[in-house]
Structures are given as structure tokens and as C-alpha cells.
Write a protein of this length. Structure first.
Length: 370
């Protein structure tokens, strides 16, 4: 059809599992709109993409939502998985870019092959080269070497997080590896064939990084064969109630506590919050409610009893929206909730009892409560 982009799958696609269609709208956008859990085989290296194990098959590890741009994004991810093209995900921190990369991996023909994630931030040029391309060493030193992420991801998906932080010296080598489908390990002169689908992620504008000379132009054009923007949570207000319910239910199951359900006013406060930390911040707020057994201070005027009381002590509050709140506030509230018992407070706050004592020593006398 004129004007329609043409996509071509990789040459070795026929040798892999021909899935496709995993993001069928009837399945993804039903009620509730959810996507299944990360496979057990991936949980050992899931990192941010797999917080906690579901207690049963009906519980999922993340929620998609009903936002129209998100639905559109899901369809592009499905298409990218099918044709195995390189993808560049752009979005703020906490929007779930690695989750989208894992969904692409699961939805396409590479789903049974490795998913390898690399955080490019903080790597020196030497570290980045070894981490990506591997290292050739003498046989007697074989345990010191490594295959490198590109070879480890052979036939699968390589996820490059914070790709904008990749050292400039290594960027041309990565471009060459992607274009030629081969890597030359550090210390070797023999190329090794690799077949990977690369998904890169950044919270910055790579186009601007290219303009100011901080990112290789050729690598940028290679990575953005399909560039997708992951919207921040503040642009998905209609999905916030579903996220609150989702994280509350999952946290309650994980901690063995009754579910916390916000009142209408409390839910409105959630929807009006700017969420600079996006979905990750919202998840943290929900977990904080359970860990401290306290309703957020911003909701203190309301009693969230629509589906049950707070996990333990509804008369204590905390302000999870104030990221500058010192740990001392949390310690004081935990001590008050446990009537001054440091060991119990440590368990409530998720901190070892010895650490509680250290923190108490840093809180001025007379302000420790209890």
C-alpha cells in the first residue's frame, strides 16, 4: 500500500519461535487491562522489571492501562517484535522503559532466547568495551574473561539502558557490531558472528546529544529505526486509579496484609499529584503506606476504609510525596507505632534493628517520640 512503511524480519527469523499477536487488543485492553508476568526463567536477572513474584497465576507483574498513547505504543512494540527491528525508547526515569523492552522480547519470535540488560551509566570506556564485546584471554586465565553482552544475547534481545551515557570511544564500535552483526572481543582480532535485536533506552533527547557532539550520529540513526516515546504518568491520569489498585493489591499479597483502598478524595489527590518519579514513585508511595502502616499525610483528613482499614495503624501518617522528608520522620513514626520497640520498628520500616539505633543517635533528643 502506498505510503505504508515496509518491514522485513531478520534473516534468521525463521529459525526462531514464530509468535506474534501477543498484544492482541482483546487480550491487552480488556478489563482489567493487564499483561502477563515475566516468565520464571527471566526472574533471576529481571532487575527493575520484576519486583516480586506473584502469589498465583492470576496476579500479573505490571499493568498496561487504558491511555490512548499507551495503546498505540503497545501496538508499535508488537510490530517491532514481529519484524525484529532496532528500537529506541525515550522517556523519563520511572516510566518503565525496561518493562517495554521485556514485553517486546516476550511478544516476538525471540521470546525463548536470552534477554540481556546492560546499564550503560557509569562505565569507563574499557569497562564498556569488555561488558559489551567480551574479552579474549589466554586459556589458563579463561575464568577471567567473558563472552560480553552481545554474544550472551545471541538470537535474543539486548537492552541498552541509559544508552546516552555510553562512552563516546565505544559508540563507533557498537555501531559497527550492530551493522555487521559481529563483535571483536577485547584482546582478539577475530570477529564473532552475533544476531541480536537491540532495544536502547534514554531519558534524554539523543538528537540533541548528537547536535552537541556528545553522541555518535551514525549510532543514533541505527538505533532509532523505530523511536518510541513512553509518556510520563502525569499524561496518563486516567490510568492512575488502576495503578493504585494494582500496586496496593500486589503489595498486600507480598506482605500478607489486608488490602488498602483509598477514599475518593485520597484517589483524587493521587490523580492530581505531578509524579515526577512516574510509575516508580507511585509504587514506592503504595509500599510506604504498607511498610509504615500509615496513610499519607496529604490524605490524613480522610479515612480510607472503602475496602478495609490501613494495614495496621490508621492513626499514623506519613507524607510520601515529600522526597526530602528525612529518614528520622519515618523512624519516629515506626517507633510510635511499635511503642518504642526498636526491633519491631526495624521490621516495620524495613531496616535492621541495629540501623534503627544508629539513626536514633542522629535524631535530636526530645524529638524521638514515644
Amino acid at each position: 500500500m502506498p505510503g505504508t512503511p515496509s518491514f522485513h524480519a531478520g534473516s534468521s527469523a525463521a529459525s526462531r519461535r514464530p509468535v506474534g499477536g501477543a498484544l492482541d487488543p482483546v487480550f491487552v485492553f480488556g478489563t482489567p487491562p493487564v499483561v502477563g508476568p515475566v516468565p520464571a526463567a527471566d526472574r533471576h536477572d529481571a532487575g527493575r522489571a520484576d519486583r516480586g513474584t506473584p502469589s498465583d497465576g492470576a496476579t500479573t507483574n505490571w499493568l498496561l492501562g487504558r491511555n490512548v498513547p499507551i495503546r498505540r505504543l503497545a501496538r508499535f512494540i508488537e510490530r517491532a517484535a514481529e519484524v525484529e527491528c532496532t528500537v529506541l525508547l525515550q522517556g523519563e526515569c520511572g516510566t518503565g522503559k525496561e518493562l517495554w523492552a521485556r514485553l517486546l522480547h516476550q511478544a516476538g519470535p525471540r521470546g525463548t532466547q536470552p534477554f540481556v540488560a546492560v546499564d550503560c551509566a557509569g562505565l569507563t570506556p574499557g569497562q564498556a568495551a569488555i561488558h559489551l564485546f567480551g574479552r579474549q584471554v589466554p586459556p589458563q586465565q579463561a575464568p577471567v574473561g567473558g563472552a560480553g553482552a552481545l554474544r550472551e544475547a545471541h538470537d535474543g534481545v539486548l537492552f541498552l539502558d541509559q544508552v546516552d551515557a555510553l562512552p563516546p570511544e565505544v559508540q563507533p564500535q557498537l555501531l559497527r557490531a550492530i551493522e555487521r552483526r559481529e563483535v571483536v572481543p577485547v584482546g582478539s582480532d577475530r570477529p564473532v558472528t552475533v544476531d541480536v535485536q537491540v532495544v536502547a533506552a534514554t531519558s534524554r533527547s539523543l538528537e540533541q546529544e548528537v547536535t552537541r557532539g556528545a553522541f555518535d550520529r551514525g549510532l543514533y540513526y541505527r538505533l532509532n529505526m523505530l523511536e518510541l516515546r513512553v509518556p510520563p504518568l502525569r499524561e496518563r491520569i486516567e490510568d492512575i486509579p488502576s495503578f493504585v489498585e494494582f500496586f496496593s493489591r500486589r503489595t498486600a499479597e507480598r506482605l500478607g496484609l489486608p488490602p488498602w483502598r483509598p477514599s475518593a478524595d485520597a484517589l483524587q489527590a493521587f490523580c492530581e499529584h505531578p509524579w515526577q518519579g512516574n510509575v516508580r514513585e507511585l509504587e514506592h508511595v503504595i509500599e510506604q503506606i504498607y511498610r509504615l502502616a500509615a496513610e499519607p499525610r496529604v490524605f490524613a483528613t480522610e479515612t480510607a476504609t472503602a475496602g478495609g482499614p490501613l494495614p495496621r495503624h490508621a492513626d499514623h501518617t506519613v507524607d510520601p510525596f515529600d522526597v526530602a522528608t528525612p529518614r528520622g520522620d519515618a523512624v519516629r513514626q515506626a517507633l510510635a507505632a511499635t511503642r518504642g520497640r526498636g526491633v519491631s520498628a526495624g521490621g516495620l520500616d524495613g531496616v535492621h534493628a541495629a540501623r534503627i539505633n544508629v539513626l536514633l543517635g542522629k535524631i535530636p533528643r526530645g524529638s524521638q517520640g514515644g
